[in-house]
Design a protein around this ligand. Structure first.
Ligand code: FIX
Ligand code: ZN
Length: 418
């Protein structure tokens, strides 16, 4: 027997359910313990996040070479001084660092970076991992795994992942975005290519993908792409996509994630903070989804201007799942706008958010901030429903939120929900 929920308590219930439902974070740049130094955490990593580097180099410009030569603690001091002490830290990335410290029980009021550093210096990383997963309400994260990076590759070759909170994703940016540089790198990996991308090269790349899919068992294959991404494309990217990547994903029965709209290195000296945004051509997705109905595509677009047409495209293609408010879109005002638009056009067949966390601690703020917006938007939608006489039950709300925070992704991937 369904228990009707009074409309006045809908907001409270939605808030509670969104705050307490565990999240599967489907795209991060985090690593488990066995990746050693690739797992970033702590105050200096938080303060030197590339979002903050971009902001500090605006208000306190410095030649990038000089900035990088300072070393991380001095860079963190520089960010603290210019973005937190000399002006109020109201940007989303600044606020995020403070949300983390506050959630950890630190008093940020005294603005004492030394005391904050002492707190982190006393932490045990294994226990801290548990704390962060607990405080962020995340049950597992999908990493971004790059077998073309020799450091990461060596760790995969040395053994399997044993921490179930960390799932793999096979990232193939160098292959699709930089073919000219790839032949020697591929040969180092035992993949004998000549570079001409003839039948033998394509077969060798395909074998390599299969081998890495088998080794790391990724949830999906993934790439980030420029706004100029085109398909079909007679060049290396198009040929590799058609002959290697799409068939490999199809046969392994995993989605292919495309993150489109990033122009890398618009100000190269800024390194990770150097990248810009551009509007993608939505017709590329029409062609891919129509031509490859047996492939599943996870898609996020970086440009705000692409979001409406992306929703309309997803209405046409069940093999396309929109995910996340990526990077420059991961701000409350834009999450609010995009989430409303998506729910209105697609109902619950969307993954509204991922964190993109690069530093472990960021899971806390990225999810706290996103949950607050999601709860508000969802509550509005249920209140609108209740006005028609369709009172959502507690169980229905829990079901829906569970879907939005992981279930939709699990079903799209074809795996059962744990
Ligand atoms: O390509 C990506 O996965 C991007 O998310 C990153 O390259 C980017 O640097 C980032 O951290 C955005 O949040
Ligand atoms: Zn990312």
């Amino acid at each position: 027997m369904r228990q009707p929920v009074k409309s006045e308590s809908i907001r409270e219930i939605v808030e509670h359910v969104v705050q307490t439902t565990p999240v599967l974070d489907m795209h991060t740049h985090l690593y488990s313990r066995r990746f050693g130094g690739l797992l970033l955490w702590g105050i200096d990593e938080l303060l030197t996040y590339h979002y903050l580097i971009a902001e500090v180099l605006r208000v306190a410009p410095m030649a990038p070479d000089r900035f990088w030569a300072m070393g991380q603690p001095a860079q963190a001091d520089y960010v603290w001084k210019h973005l937190f002490l000399e002006r109020s830290p109201i940007s989303e990335a600044c606020r995020g660092a403070l949300t983390v410290l506050h959630a950890l029980g630190l008093d940020v009021g005294p603005r004492d970076l030394g005391a904050i550093r002492r707190h982190f210096a006393g932490l045990d990383v294994d226990a801290y991992l548990d704390t962060v997963f607990e405080l962020s309400g995340v049950h597992s994260v999908v990493m971004t795994n790059d077998p073309f990076d020799p450091t990461e590759r060596a760790i995969w070759l040395a053994g399997e992942e044993t921490d179930p909170r960390f799932q793999a994703a096979l990232r193939i940016d160098p292959l699709l975005n930089d073919w000219a540089q790839m032949p020697p790198r591929l040969r180092e990996m035992g993949c004998a290519v000549s570079g001409d991308l003839g039948a033998a090269d394509l077969a060798a790349v395909r074998r390599l993908l299969d081998e890495w899919i088998e080794r790391i068992e990724p949830r999906y294959l993934a790439v980030s792409l420029p706004p100029t991404f085109a398909f079909p494309d007679p060049g290396p990217r198009g040929r590799l996509l058609k002959q290697c990547v799409l068939p490999a994903a199809r046969e392994a029965n995993i989605p292919f994630a495309m993150m489109i709209g990033v122009t890398r290195g618009v100000n190269p000296g800024h390194r990770l903070a150097a990248d810009g945004v551009g509007k993608a051509d939505i017709t590329v997705l029409h062609r891919l989804c129509a031509a490859y109905p047996d492939n599943r595509f996870l898609v996020t677009l970086l440009s705000r201007e692409n979001q409406h047409e992306l929703c309309v495209t997803a209405r046409k293609f069940p093999n396309l799942l929109i995910f996340g408010c990526w990077w420059f879109l991961n701000n409350p005002s834009l999450i609010d706008e995009m989430t409303r638009q998506r729910l209105e056009l697609l109902g619950l067949s969307v993954m509204p958010q991922h964190s993109d966390a690069r530093v472990l601690d960021q899971l806390i703020y990225k999810w706290r901030h996103s949950r607050a917006v999601l709860a508000r938007v969802l509550a509005d939608k249920y209140v609108d429903l209740a006005a028609t006489g369709w009172q959502p039950t507690d169980a229905e709300i829990r079901r829906d939120v569970g879907d939005l925070l992981g279930g939709v992704f699990e079903r799209f991937c074809g795996r059962s929900i744990a």
